[in-house]
Design a binder for this molecule. Structure first.
Ligand code: PLP
Length: 354
């Protein structure tokens, strides 16, 4: 029986997407060949890549607005350095809201001056800083929209004259935003889009070509855009599954429809965390993530009982990241409201038992 999968990443994908992907590994669309044995330059795969790229722009509302979508490799972590390689000439600003921001800052420092415009590190990243200034001489300001490990999410983005770059690995396609406020968005596929191995980069073309350094071809956004994301062999399976997931989302009604479900899931878990005296939320209330809910037990003595109960209920992947401890319920797009209901029932059962 399929488990209720709260894993943080890689994580749950729509069941019908996985079924179609499994079929395509055996035979793609009755062509007598597997998806993973055909040339990436075949007309079949070129059509898959084109569709994945255009669906990404369409769902984000960025079609015809001067943006390009490309699928790269190396994970979101490769983007930590690629962003700086392509955009950082003098000085960049970073909002430090978690482990991933911190790693992005470390890479950017190899290329130029980095100012941390604000940081929540000294509170173990349990909140999103507000009311910080943004110098107007930055090459760009980098934010992490959702802090996967700590369970915080940026609810409103700074209005600034400098280009905005955002790591949306763990909440892309989950909520409505004016995506045109960003100049570059990147996201590793393995949280809301597909299997590990592909990273979506959406970039405004006018942003590129401004740094004076030479950029190796594989790390140059312009090269990948010019070659329509086929400069070298792309991760064909990962891109195919991303395409299927984006099509699934479009058929469902796009981001507005999934946002509605995601808000219901978040409301359900957070109201249980707040009402049940056995649990404590980790993140500052107004900064809580709709994707990753982090919480701990008020009494660690109940750990073994609770762990046995949720495992018995068919729940997977609830352990918190080691830097926070406790629990993390990751509720990506493909996780159903029903699965969150199962978890909430276990939490209230524990209260009845204890
Ligand atoms: C998971 C994650 C990353 C790292 O992604 P990789 O693909 O493993 O490099 C970066 N940023 C955020 C916000 C993440 O959730």
């Amino acid at each position: 029986m399929k488990k209720h999968n709260f894993s943080a990443g890689p994580c749950i994908l729509p069941f019908e997407v996985m079924q179609k992907a499994a079929e395509a590994v055996v035979e793609l669309d009755q062509i007598g060949l597997s998806l993973i044995e055909i040339s990436h330059r075949s007309k079949e795969f070129v059509a898959i890549m084109d569709k994945a790229r255009s669906l990404a722009l369409e769902l984000l509302g960025l079609q015809g607005k001067g943006y390009q979508a490309i699928f790269l490799q190396g994970g979101a972590s490769m983007q930590f350095l690629m962003v700086a390689y392509n955009l950082l000439e003098n000085k960049a600003g970073y909002l430090n809201t978690g482990t991933w921001s911190d790693k992005a800052i470390k890479e950017a420092r190899l290329f130029g001056d980095v100012v941390e415009v604000a940081s929540s590190k000294d509170q173990n990243y349990n909140f999103i800083p507000r009311e910080y200034g943004v110098p107007n001489d930055l090459d760009y300001l980098h934010l992490t929209s959702n802090n996967t490990i700590f369970g915080t999410q940026v609810k409103s983005f700074p209005k600034t004259g400098v280009p905005l770059v955002c790591d949306m690995s763990s909440d892309i396609f989950s909520r409505q935003l004016d995506f045109s406020q960003f100049d570059l968005i990147y996201a590793g596929a393995q949280k809301n889009m597909g299997p590990a191995g592909a990273t979506l980069v959406v970039v405004k073309e006018g942003l590129l070509g401004k740094v004076s350094r030479k950029i190796p071809s594989m790390l140059d956004y312009k090269v990948h855009i010019d070659k329509e994301s086929m400069f070298n062999t792309p991760p064909v399976f990962a891109v195919y599954v991303c395409m299927l997931t984006l099509q699934w989302l479009k058929d469902l009604g796009g981001i507005p429809a999934i946002e509605d479900i995601n808000e219901k899931k978040a409301k359900l878990i957070y109201s249980e965390i707040d009402l049940n005296p056995l649990f404590k939320g980790f993140a500052n209330k107004e900064d809580r993530s709709n994707m990753n809910a982090t919480f701990t037990l008020a009494d660690e003595g109940l750990k073994d009982t609770f762990d046995a109960m949720w495992k018995e209920a068919g729940i997977n992947g609830l352990n918190g990241h080691r830097s926070v401890g406790g629990y993390r319920a990751s509720m990506y797009n493909a996780l159903s409201l029903e699965s969150v209901g199962v978890l909430v029932d276990v939490m209230s059962d524990l209260e009845r038992k204890a």
